[in-house]
Write a protein that binds this ligand. Sequence first.
Ligand SMILES: Nc1nc2c(ncn2[C@@H]2O[C@H](COP(=O)(O)OP(=O)(O)OP(=O)(O)O)[C@@H](O)[C@H]2O)c(=O)[nH]1
Ligand SMILES: [Mg+2]
Length: 269
Amino acid sequence: MNPLVNQDHTHTDKLSVLIPVYNEEKTASEIITRVLALGAVVKEIIIVDDGSTDRTAEILRARVANEPKCHFHAMPKNGGKTSAIRKALELATGEIIIIQDADLEYDPAEIPDVIAPILNGFADVAFGSRFLVRKAARVLYFRHYLANMLLTFLSNLLTNRNMTDIETCYKSFRAEVIKPLKLTSKGFGMEVEITALICKTKARTYEVPISYYGRSYEEGKKIDFMDGVAALWYIGYYNLVKPWFGSARRYVREVNVALEKRAAVEVSA
Ligand SMILES: Nc1nc2c(ncn2[C@@H]2O[C@H](COP(=O)(O)OP(=O)(O)OP(=O)(O)O)[C@@H](O)[C@H]2O)c(=O)[nH]1
Ligand SMILES: [Mg+2]
């Protein structure tokens, strides 16, 4: 079986899709429509509005009103993508969890491909990579590409994993790998924090090529130079310092025990 191809369409009610949203009034409604179009595999969509100051919250409330799979949570004030994901993880109940940005840079139609290695039993974690051989990618900022390469390179040096895109939005996991992780970073720190701590566990990690419909600053791109600087700091902290903390050790132990249990059940089945 090819782990990268979603050959089995019989999976139902497996997936929690977490959508952090901050000032995305142009795309917020469309992203929900596209995720719902994935059909039966989606158990729930957890939308966390991160204190938007435009019409995002109002639009989303109306959009999800008659959608039983959609759960909308509004944060009291803007706290950054990490805090929105922290909340969404608390609320998520699916067996598999994936993060979906709300800005249409990543197409939900590719979610089945991203989670296929998990659904097919090969992986416990699967990232969508914008830098593996891919289908479509908008040609945009070269310096952003270099920054992404540098961050991934430094992270790989410390994790000793050969990843190609740690800053990708498409990160998917078995629930037992991600639910016990209590995120402590800020801003976009979760991208580095999740990667670093997961690499300490025995979780089998795959990457899947994805398309990337990047946006320009004129179209609403928000990430900036300081987010890159913060990521550098987080790479050092979450790989070299945090793993010594009791909380990180407990996390790693808990995940490994859960994965060993799963493996034992699968062998005996
Ligand atoms: N920028 C930003 N995004 C947030 C925040 N809280 C939640 N988000 C959401 O997190 C997701 C990722 O944010 P983006 O600004 O798209 O980050 P990115 O894709 O790395 O960068 P660009 O799209 O290139 O700006 C989007 O769905 C945002 O709406 C926040 O405080 N700031
Ligand atoms: Mg984006």
